[in-house]
Design a protein around this ligand. Structure first.
Ligand SMILES: Nc1ncnc2c1ncn2[C@@H]1O[C@H](COP(=O)(O)OP(=O)(O)OP(=O)(O)O)[C@@H](O)[C@H]1O
Ligand SMILES: [Mg+2]
Length: 139
């Protein structure tokens, strides 16, 4: 159990870590008061970005935390940062297209994550790595 912990880091370097990150995301989202549907989609998004780390960058980490926004009228939510120092993405706009994959995947991981979250930012540099920052606000 997380019990009031509002920030946590999960190291991703094997397939089993995807499950751990997903489970921790579920627990944090529940603790932050998200409804069941949102808890499920937050867990799915975490699973996708974690799987991308394993499949495309080998290792990295996922940071999850509670966030509040004065700009959003005092709303609370969850922030998920997935980062790695893997190969990076040459053409981010292309990688964000539905159905684009360099490894015979479906190519729905990144566009799906963007669609499901309220805020989505991806920064990537070839040879330096990739950082994806996402937020979901509580309804
Ligand atoms: N962390 C990453 N590091 C390097 N490249 C990445 C990373 N994440 C995604 N990519 C690149 O972006 C492409 C699109 O990612 P996306 O998750 O949408 O599809 P996929 O992983 O190929 O397939 P799917 O997720 O549907 O199984 C990948 O094929 C890969 O080339
Ligand atoms: Mg993927």
């Amino acid at each position: 159990m997380l019990s009031m912990e509002t920030e946590m880091l999960t190291v991703i370097d094997a397939a089993v870590d995807i499950v751990t990150a997903r489970q921790r995301g579920r627990e944090l989202a529940l603790e932050l008061g998200f409804n069941g549907a949102d808890v499920t989609l937050i867990a799915a998004v975490i699973s996708e970005v974690a799987r991308n780390i394993v499949e495309h960058a080998q290792k990295g980490e996922i940071l999850m935390s509670a966030v509040n926004s004065a700009r959003e009228g005092g709303r609370s939510g969850i922030e998920i940062i997935a980062r790695d120092e893997g190969p990076g993405i040459r053409d981010v706009a292309q990688a964000m297209q539905y159905g684009y994959s360099t490894r015979k995947g479906l190519g729905v991981g990144l566009p799906g994550a963007k669609w499901l979250m309220d805020e989505f930012n991806i920064a990537s540099e070839v040879g330096r790595g990739t950082t994806i920052t996402m937020k979901k606000w509580r309804r």
